[in-house]
Design a protein around this ligand. Structure first.
Ligand code: FES
Ligand code: FES
Length: 211
């Protein structure tokens, strides 16, 4: 059979396809080069290795800290801002004792770099109350005696309060699941469950009364 057809020969077609592929490859490498160049121009800022000034938005205020890039949020809060309500217990993400909120979500501050929290909304146990008025979860922990040594308590309260923000009417199972990562060596779990449910109930009642 002839290699040629009326319009385009098979050899011509294959040559053309080869040229197109080569052109695409060239174009791709050109695009990559442009991307690389752009990344070099607009890439992430380089911090350190020395101490760097960071602006942290903590409990409604702009605070400035001078920290090394490796500094955790827990260390920045405690050592730079004297917000020692946040406890460092395991310092390895295993107990949730250091829980704070970032943009309303509970996080382990010992596993978060301060630099990664810059520009985000950080709430610590010190920022949970409104003036002299304790958060309903804080009140309920006192009423239900949901603490012994108190080391896990700030983290436990932050986790429980975050639960009520996303689920104002939790079941016992919801509470158990929410605080399942918060370890309490004094084992006051039953009181923690009771306090969280009581806080939810109280919050709901005050919302109904206020509406
Ligand atoms: S101190 Fe952060 S998880 Fe234990
Ligand atoms: S109250 Fe002691 S660890 Fe929880």
């Amino acid at each position: 059979m002839s290699d040629s057809t009326k319009g385009v020969s098979r050899r011509g077609f294959l040559k053309g396809a080869g040229s197109a592929a080569a052109a695409t490859a060239l174009l791709d490498s050109a695009v990559l080069t442009v991307r690389e160049a752009t990344a070099q121009i607009t890439g992430p800022p380089v911090y350190g290795p020395g101490r760097t000034e960071l602006a942290l938005h903590v409990n409604g205020s702009e605070r400035t800290v001078l920290v090394e890039p490796r500094t955790t949020l827990a260390a920045a809060l405690r050592d730079e801002l004297d917000l020692t309500g946040t406890k460092v217990v395991c310092d390895r993400g295993a107990c949730s004792g250091c829980t704070v909120w970032i943009d309303g979500l509970p996080v382990a501050s010992c596993m978060t770099l301060a630099i990664d929290a810059a520009g985000r909304k950080i709430t610590t146990i010190e920022g949970l109350a409104t003036g002299d008025k304790l958060h309903p979860v804080q009140e309920a922990f006192i009423e239900k005696d949901a603490m012994q040594c108190g080391f896990c308590t700030p983290g436990m309260v932050m986790t429980a309060a975050a639960l009520l923000e996303r689920n104002p009417d939790p079941t016992l199972d919801d509470v158990k699941e929410a605080v399942s990562g918060n370890l309490c060596r004094c084992a006051v779990y039953p009181q923690v469950f009771e306090a969280t449910l009581a806080a939810a109930k109280k919050r709901k009642a005050s919302q109904i009364a206020g509406s």
